[in-house]
Design a protein around this ligand. Structure first.
Ligand code: CO8
Length: 260
């Protein structure tokens, strides 16, 4: 029986999804994209899951891109379908109602960087290298990279990475706002676990409100985004967790959030 292209591991309320094609530097073929799509759909619906951590097997790569060998053999019409399925997955991750952390443990290239950019937070090892090298293949980013890199790091950085195709190191990626934190390889698992644990203890409905307001609000005009934020803020007054959080502050104790 062949190894599964995706490993699913639960640690309490934290679900780890591990792309598992180390011989191909965790490149995304259609099977892996389908497995990720199903796994994120499941994580989104499972009330026991409060945070998702996405990473790749091994110490060399997060994901080194879409599978070039598979793309090379695809006829034009299927190339379009490949892009469509990839984009559907990226959008699902970005719109997940719970936080997703990309633990970037090595190369995040092409579709791999696009995958990391859909996640809500990115923590990288100091040896990671990130880039959009599609130009070297006669291609452009096809899983939303032109748009998300532009929004994350601005036009100059998006054009530099996509036009020149050269990868950058983790420190430069942090300077450009592409990754949130950079830590040593030895600390990557521990720091990611700490971050995930902090999010797992937070009020899930408020986390969801933030994700909705920032992700969806960021796609609107300011006036609409502000109206959306107000609506989300007001809705949280109907939650037990908001009463618990404010009461705990007043009673000088730690809140316990129950997702209600
Ligand atoms: N696809 C398929 N196989 C890959 C990929 C990939 N993206 N990356 C690495 N591999 C394979 C190699 O072919 C090799 O396999 P084998 O041992 O069978 O020859 C194995 O992984 C190990 O790789 P290397 O021997 O090349 O390892 P190195 O340490 O020498 O180099 C690099 C590491 C620099 C990461 C190098 O492997 C590399 O440049 N990889 C390609 C990176 C890349 O160009 N990524 C972008 C791909 S295009 C893309 O992602 C488009 C997304 C949008 C698609 C839209 C759908 C239409």
């Amino acid at each position: 029986m062949p190894d599964s292209p995706l490993l699913v591991q639960d640690h309490g309320a934290i679900r780890r999804l591990v792309v598992n094609r180390p011989d191909k530097l965790n490149a995304l073929n259609l099977e892996t994209i389908a497995a990720l799509d199903a796994a994120f759909a499941d994580a989104g619906q499972d009330a026991a899951v409060r945070v998702v951590v996405l990473t790749g097997t091994g110490s060399k790569a997060f994901v080194a891109g879409a599978d070039i060998a598979q793309m090379n053999s695809l006829p034009a019409i299927e190339g379009r379908e490949f892009s469509r399925r990839g984009q559907q997955l990226m959008r699902r991750i970005e719109r997940l109602p719970k936080p997703v952390i990309a633990m970037v443990n090595g190369y995040a290239l092409g579709g791999g960087l696009e995958l990391a950019m859909c996640c809500h937070l990115r923590i990288a090892s100091d040896t990671a290298r990130l880039g959009q090298p599609e130009i070297n293949l006669g291609l452009i980013p096809g899983f939303g990279g032109t748009q998300r890199l532009l929004r994350l790091a601005g036009r100059a950085a998006a054009l530099e990475l996509c036009l020149l195709g050269a990868p950058i190191d983790a420190a430069r990626a942090q300077q450009l706002g592409i990754v949130n934190r950079v830590v040593s390889t030895a600390d990557l698992e521990g720091e990611t676990a700490r971050l995930a644990e902090q999010l797992a203890q937070a009020a899930p409905l408020a986390l969801r409100g933030i994700l909705d307001a920032v992700v969806l609000g960021g796609e609107c005009a300011l006036e609409e985004g502000l109206a959306f934020e107000t609506a989300q803020f007001g809705l949280l007054f109907a939650t037990e967790d908001m009463r618990e959080g404010t009461s705990a502050f007043l009673e000088k104790r730690k809140p316990i959030f129950r997702n209600q």
